[in-house]
Design a protein around this ligand. Sequence first.
Ligand code: AMP
Length: 205
Amino acid sequence: MAAVTSSLLRSSITLRALSPFNPLKRPNSTRLFQSSFQLPVRQLLAELFRHLTSSVSFLRFICTFRAMSRVSATHDEEAAARAAATEANSGAPTIFDKIISKEIPSSIVYEDEKVLAFRDINPQAPVHVLVIPKLRDGLTELGKAEPRHEDILGHLLHASKIVAEKEGIVDGFRVVINSGATACQSVYHLHLHVLGGRQLKWPPG
Ligand code: AMP
């Protein structure tokens, strides 16, 4: 019995020693491969994690910054519109008078005897052209329109369509008129914004 037990014990030790799960029996090359492989993988994962967390916080910072600058830009526009509105009906010349007289340069897209169309200095779309009457005639804003302005108002709309054609956006474009401080009008000389060249969203801001 003692002999059988001792023989069984010996064979079990031999089996375990030969088993591939015995780390001592793994060939040296395997152990070397694992130790040299595990270290960089761990470092790589740590690096990746560090990179991801720093990217996430960087992205979060960018989003917050963009949101804050959007809010501040909106406030700037509203403040500028309110300031411009105080001068609205003074009859003082505006920047557009200087553009009409060519005192200051502009990029003219279309012109006839009654209207001038030029590119907006701060474009909100790939195509952003302003169409204005050469003679203001009290039309500081659309809210001041009177029956005598019907002709020029029709002319401005038709000129907007010509501009859209010239700019290659006649299949889809938008014409906007901001009237008054609540609509963020900043120049008190009636003007139509012709916008296009990208998918426009609705509702507008
Ligand atoms: P609004 O805010 O509707 O009164 O639009 C006035 C527009 O005039 C804005 O979109 C401005 O970017 C534009 N604008 C102001 N000054 C100039 C300029 N010198 N040349 C071209 N566009 C201008």
